[in-house]
Each structure stands twice: as structure tokens, then as C-alpha cells.
Design a protein around this ligand. Sequence first.
Ligand SMILES: *Cc1c(COP(=O)(O)O)cnc(C)c1O
Length: 349
Amino acid sequence: MFELKNILRENIKNLKPYSSARDEFQGEASVYLDANENAFGSPLEQNYNRYPDPMQYAVKKRLSDIKGVPPRNIFLGNGSDEAIDILFRSFCNPGTDNVILVPPTYGMYEVSANINDVETRKVNLTDEYQLNMEGIAEAIDKNTKLIFICSPNNPTGNSIHREDIETLLTNFNGLVVVDEAYINFSRQKTFIQELTEYANLVVLQTLSKAWGLAALRVGMAFASEEIIEVMNKVKPPYNVNEASQQLALQALQNVEQVNQWIKETLSERDQLVLNLKAFDFVLEIYPSDANFILVKTTDAKGIYNFLVSHGIIVRDRSKVELCEGALRFTIGTPEENKTLLNTLKEYQA
Ligand SMILES: *Cc1c(COP(=O)(O)O)cnc(C)c1O
């Protein structure tokens, strides 16, 4: 049976978190002399002299309305990369514990594991880019704390079978982290509605992709209240800055605009796939549930360099296991996609 106390690090269990001035007094007052801020203001049009809300309540409230998840089940980070790091720091003892990764997948899980001196056990995806369930079962031992599943997966673009993720959630006594950075582009439904079902589920999402706010660095984790409490205890007190909180809140009013872009991205993706199929040097285009496509080619390095020489940058994934010969194209504007196709027409394989 999964119990959070069994996987929590001892030092985190006993941690007395930093208590900021804004933690100790909450409410309305007219004179704030508690946080050593500059009382006069900021040398800017807008004032940023006051520390931001450490719990980002206004943003969470709005996200709660959009996602249908209570604010107490939401963690906000300086990008979802921060949430990934905080999961390691909360649950993995350096030098002892391990996590399961399923390559080819998002590179930050491994970097974060290495920074935290946590062993990674890699169980490659199958040829269809799905989970090797037997391999995962064999790799798990008593020190396995986290399994990272990216769905839709970066860089392959496909969604991972839902039943397989559910099997892990039911049988694994650590946390199953489902990274849904690309969920807005997917035909699959999100896992955030399953939080009440699975106490060991953590869902990651971000404002960096479909929401068009990569520069603001706002990422989300959705999980049980107990898990979110731990993450809040471990995070730096003011991890999401005031400018990002204000702008995220504004952006979250514009759901319509974002949905419009998603639709356009999907139709551009379909169009790009059709057009790419005509090229001799394209061997395979993998089905995508994301805003990018993985394309297997006869000469990834050559095509990459040719595109660079024409000012077009794509991602060369040809050195990644199971992605031999593959390039990853992010879907651009219609204009950008046309430029890509016209440039590729000039490439001689
Ligand atoms: C881009 C990406 C992220 C990064 O999210 P940030 O919120 O910008 O840190 C996380 N996971 C995956 C799979 C990504 O591709």
C-alpha cells in the first residue's frame, strides 16, 4: 500500500520551514514595517517593492476554476522544472534512493536526478514508444521513489497508454509523476481528474507551451493535499515572482485566444505532416499528440546543418536512443512552416 510517510525523507519530515514576514501576518493593514522592503517604491512605472504572495493564491484560484481542482491540490513553481527538482529533494535520499526513467524522454528528469545524486534506472520505451511494463516491474526495488512518465512524450510526441499508467499507479508504492506539459494539444484526457483516486499521483503541467508564457517560468504540480504541503515546505519561499504572478493571472483570462492557437497548431501540424511525407529523405513521421513532430530521416545531421545555414533551427535528436536519424520540428506559424517546407525543397539528399 502507498503511504506518503513511507517515502518522505526523514530530514524533510522533520523540517521546520522558513517562516517569512508574509507568512506570519496575513490580512489587511495600512503600514507594513515587517519585511525590510523599500517603503518608498520601485524605480519603475510599476511598484515591485513588496514581496510576492508565497502561496500565489490569486493565480491558484484562477487555475482552480479552469482545471476543476481545488487550490490546495495545486503547487506552483518557477517552471515545472522546479517542481521536478523539489520532488527529488522531498522524496529521494541522495546516494541511496533511485527513480525510474523511460527513455527517450524529457532530459530534465535525469539532470535533476544527477544534481541530487539520485540513481536513475532506465527502462527504454518499446519500439512503439510505449512503456515496457515488465522491464519497469523488474527495475523497481525498495529504494525506488519516483517514476517519471511524460505523456504526450517529449521528444516522440505520442501519448502513453492510459491503462499502463493506471497499472503503475495501482501497484507502485512510490510516486508516479505524469508530465503533461503538452496535454493541451492531446486527444487524450488529463490525469488531474484522478487525484482523488490515486494518492501517489503527481501531474505536472506548465504555462510554457500552449499558454505561450515560457519566459515567465510558471509550472504547476497537481497532487494530494499532503504531497502539495510537502512541496510547499521545501520550495524557496518566494519561488514565483510578482511580475510572473500578475502576468500569469492576466493571461489566464484569455483561454479563448489560447484555444484558438491550439486549433491552429493542430491543423498546421496535420498539414506539415502531409507535406513532409512527399520528401525522399523523410523515412517516417511519428504520430503526435503535441505541438511538435519527430521525423525520421536519411541524414539528420545534414538536414540540420542545411536548415541552420538558412536560419532555421530544429532539434537534432538523432543521437538519442530509439531516435536514430530523427529531427524534432516544433510547429510554427503558418508562415514559418511554409518557410521550413520551401527550404527543405532545396535540400538535396
Ligand atoms: C518544456 C517541458 C517542460 C518545461 O516546463 P517549464 O515549466 O518551462 O519548466 C517540462 N516537461 C516537459 C516534458 C517539457 O517538454
